[in-house]
Ligand binder design. Structure first.
Ligand SMILES: [Zn+2]
Length: 406
């Protein structure tokens, strides 16, 4: 008998996301799972649970609802203060995002407000965001800094992420994004030196990933190569904000350096897509940000043809996507871009986990994986994007226990 301290029964359909069973979702009808110490120890058909598992702990009855792995959000910016709702309204009336990135508007404005905020305030704001992630079915996030943009304020942001991971049930994979933009008032060369010589070495114990935005209004190709090359030498895994607002070298740099992810990619060329697929990089697509900035459709067909894994992310941030909802991003990926519901679901689970180097641990349900799953009021896992902008999550399970909102 397998010993367990948590079990879930009567999943009408349980998507393990382990292909090779009866379909691409690894679907089990009338499924069940058991966990011990936060890890899955058994997955199978409900009628076999009692004969194979000895449960000493909580039992959750899904009552025929669908169960999927906890969603994995591979691109978020959850440490920030202030609002840019007025900039959203301006864009709806025709203003362009790029034109908002000057003076005291845009990212510079969030940097000013984030620097002025106490760490405790930033943590409270991030905790509220964590609750919204979990309520919408997300159990793992990649979480970027990038609104501090000096040694002290980036350290403050990384400390907020560390405390967030301790205090909430959300799994947090921290990314140092000092190379978001050159901060207001800073001299460009001096800031680059500070990034490379001070911040990158200082933050190796705190951040798993290092990210850079490679295009105007942020960093040039040469600057991005220098930064990310140094980050790689220091042991960071890499992510790149690439080809979001126009064509550029970002995707090439991601491929050259073997980045874990290249993100946005609206303007990626076929050659760049082939290079990313060869490098084993995951494309992290951000439909909500694309939607609110009226961006062009990314080259989905070319990615599909190249076998480039496509993750779907919320890109939670105050400028272009103030949304923790991955199901909403999945709906947009389907409706706006023609991704299939199956692609969107794989994108918010398997491929997102791969981009975070959590293959086999997150975004799937199998013995050894995190006991993170979501019970949803949908007729099938593929129906999630069909419910546009409505939260169909009944319960979120994180680390082998039902999550309760505070
Ligand atoms: Zn971003």
């Amino acid at each position: 008998m397998i010993r367990a301290d948590f079990a879930l029964r009567h999943a009408g359909q349980l998507a393990t996301m382990m292909a090779g069973t009866d379909d691409a979702l690894g679907r089990i009808r009338d499924g069940a799972l058991a966990a011990r110490a936060g890890r899955v120890v058994w997955v199978g058909q409900d009628r076999e649970l009692e004969s194979q598992v000895r449960l000493d702990g909580d039992l959750l009855d899904a009552q025929g609802a669908c169960v999927i792995p906890g969603l994995v959000d591979a691109h978020t910016h959850p440490v920030f203060a202030g609002s840019r709702a007025d900039e959203f309204a301006e864009r709806v009336s025709g203003a362009r995002y790029q034109a908002q990135q000057s003076g005291e508007r845009g990212i510079a404005r969030t940097v000013r407000l984030t620097r002025a905020a106490e760490a405790s305030t930033l943590l409270e704001l991030a905790e509220a965001r964590a609750n919204r992630f979990l309520a919408n079915g997300t159990t793992t996030i990649e979480a970027k800094t990038g609104y501090g943009l000096d040694l002290d304020n980036e350290a403050k942001s990384l400390d907020v992420l560390r405390k967030l991971a301790e205090r909430t049930r959300l799994r947090v994979m921290p990314t140092f994004l000092g190379a978001h933009v050159v901060p207001p008032g800073a001299e460009r060369q001096a800031y680059l030196r500070s990034l490379i010589d001070e911040m990158l070495p200082a933050f190796t114990p705190w951040a798993v990933f290092c990210d850079a935005w490679c295009e105007a209004p942020a960093f040039t190709a040469a600057e991005t190569r220098a930064l990310l090359g140094r980050a790689k030498a220091l042991g960071y895994l890499l992510r790149v904000h690439a080809a979001q607002l126009g064509p550029g070298d970002g995707p090439d740099i991601a491929a050259e350096l073997g980045a874990s992810s290249a993100d946005h990619l609206e303007f990626a060329t076929p050659a760049q897509i082939t290079a990313l697929a060869k490098a084993g990089t995951v494309a992290v697509l951000c439909p909500s940000a694309n939607f609110t900035t009226h961006g062009p459709r990314p080259p989905i067909e070319a990615m599909r043809d190249a076998g480039l894994p496509m993750a779907i992310a919320s890109d939670l941030n105050p400028g272009t996507s103030n949304s923790e909802s991955l199901p909403m991003a999945m709906s947009l990926a389907c409706v706006e871009w023609g991704m299939t519901p199956l692609e969107a679901l794989c994108g918010a689970t398997l491929h997102a986990a791969r981009s975070l180097k959590l293959d086999g641990l997150a975004g799937c349900l199998r013995p050894g994986s995190f006991a993170d799953c979501v019970v949803l009021d949908v007729e099938a896992p593929e129906a999630i994007p069909y419910y546009v902008g409505v939260n169909r999550v009944i319960q979120t399970v994180a680390g082998g226990a039902v999550w309760e909102p505070l």
